[in-house]
Design a protein around this ligand. Structure first.
Ligand SMILES: [Zn+2]
Ligand SMILES: [Zn+2]
Length: 413
């Protein structure tokens, strides 16, 4: 069987993933995302017509360009229900951002609606005949609903999307799946995470100190996955916690799809104790609370900017970043210079600023272990700017491919 693959984006970089996979029976597209850069997003190479699309999860770097595909080609998009529902929220939000920033969006609201109609829901542990292969669906352990696609033909293939093998409070870690060809993310090539329990303790201690001295802890979080994880870390803390921004809608989707979360009751309980901000009046109340979980995670817009405008001159308050801060983002600016930008003006943040590691990606050693345990003879690395660092460890048991965008990789042999 002839098998070849080509990255339209997301090879040698952590953004805008898109992979074409061609074998004797079908042409597939695995994920098709965008990178929400400033001032304008960057997009992957243009996708040709395909027979089928597999979406691993809703994050925009994986799903952001699907309405573009769905509006041009007759195709179904396989994914889990929560991934489809959250992707819809993010698609509409990216149109909103394009409008407010004044650049053309690559699709409109009707395309987003149409995309929802061509989603074909799959469930974990389920399998079906599709595209001339037997397809099996496994949890990727990254966020609720995140899915690895296993394709069994003459050869077995596995596409991981974003992958986490460690348990988090929100989802169980992923298990290796036997395969011949492994397409695997490599965000944390060459890096390990600090111990998760130690990160949680440091985070809770820092919040405790803030509250004790009479300040408010502003916790910018990504809406999809991170916000819910942090909410679970704060469970039983007894603090007055407020939730603002798009994470509210995303949390509702997860609660409606409890099969994909580690502990439904716990998540429900946590949200009973958290106050949702619905209005400007709510925001004024939240500023008097203890902890505010709010978007955006990198401080590039969203209600977090309102909270910082209210609290930036209060040295008792703090800003605790909980995710990766990309070069050029407001969050990175805050870490490097102590300032943020809002509507073209620069403001000094006179609060305590710290960053904590709550990553939902496997670290270097876990990536190597996953690849080894899968038994793969070919490992194709993507979604990483330092993928090469995995080569020495993985070449002990597999051929390692680190393609560039646009290259065809022949995996027939
Ligand atoms: Zn992701
Ligand atoms: Zn990703």
């Amino acid at each position: 069987m002839t098998i070849r693959a080509r990255f339209l984006g997301g090879a040698g970089e952590v953004v805008r993933l898109g992979m074409l996979l061609e074998h004797d029976y079908a042409h597939l597209l695995c994920d098709y995302g965008l990178s929400p850069d400033k001032p304008v997003p960057s997009y992957p190479m243009e996708c040709p017509p395909v027979d089928l699309v597999c979406l691993t999860h809703a994050h925009l770097d994986h799903s952001g360009m699907l309405p573009w595909v769905a509006s041009r080609y007759e195709t179904t998009i396989l994914t889990t229900r929560p991934s489809a529902e959250v992707a819809g929220i993010l698609h509409n939000d990216s149109i909103k951002i394009a409008d407010s920033e004044g650049y053309p969006a690559p699709y409109d609201k009707n395309d987003v609606k149409h995309t929802q109609k061509v989603f074909d829901y799959v469930k974990h542990a389920e399998w079906r005949e599709q595209a001339g292969m037997e397809m099996h669906f496994h949890s990727a352990g990254h966020i609720p609903g995140s899915t690895m696609y296993e394709m069994r033909g003459e050869k077995r293939m596995l596409f991981t999307g974003d992958l986490n093998t460690q348990n988090t409070r929100l989802v169980w870690g992923a298990h290796p799946v036997k395969t011949d060809i492994l397409f695997m993310e490599s965000t944390y090539a060459g890096r390990e995470h600090p111990d998760r329990k130690a990160s949680e303790k440091a985070f809770l201690d820092a919040i405790g100190d803030t509250v004790k001295r009479g300040g408010v802890a502003v916790v910018p979080t990504f809406a999809v996955g991170r916000s819910q994880e942090i909410a679970l870390v704060l469970k039983n803390s007894g603090y007055n916690v407020w939730l603002d921004g798009m994470a509210k809608d995303v949390s509702r989707v997860f609660l409606r799809n409890p099969d994909y979360i580690r502990n439904r009751k716990e998540l429900e309980k946590v949200y009973e104790s958290i106050k949702f901000v619905h209005s400007q009046h709510g925001r004024k109340q939240a500023v008097k609370g203890d902890v505010i979980l709010t978007t955006s995670g990198m401080l590039d817009g969203g209600p977090v900017l309102y909270y910082l405008s209210q609290l930036r001159n209060d040295p008792k308050s703090s800003v605790f970043l909980t995710g990766y801060q990309v070069e050029g983002s407001n969050g990175r600016r805050l870490l490097d210079t102590g300032h943020i930008e809002d509507k073209g003006n620069s403001f000094k943040i006179n609060c305590q600023v710290e960053k904590f590691d709550f990553s939902a990606h496997a670290g270097h050693k876990d990536l190597v272990k996953f690849a080894k345990d899968s038994g793969a003879k070919d490992v194709v690395l993507f979604h990483g700017d330092k993928s090469e660092l995995l080569r020495p460890d993985m070449e002990r048991f597999a051929r390692v491919h680190t393609p560039k965008i646009g290259d065809w990789i022949d995996l027939t042999g």
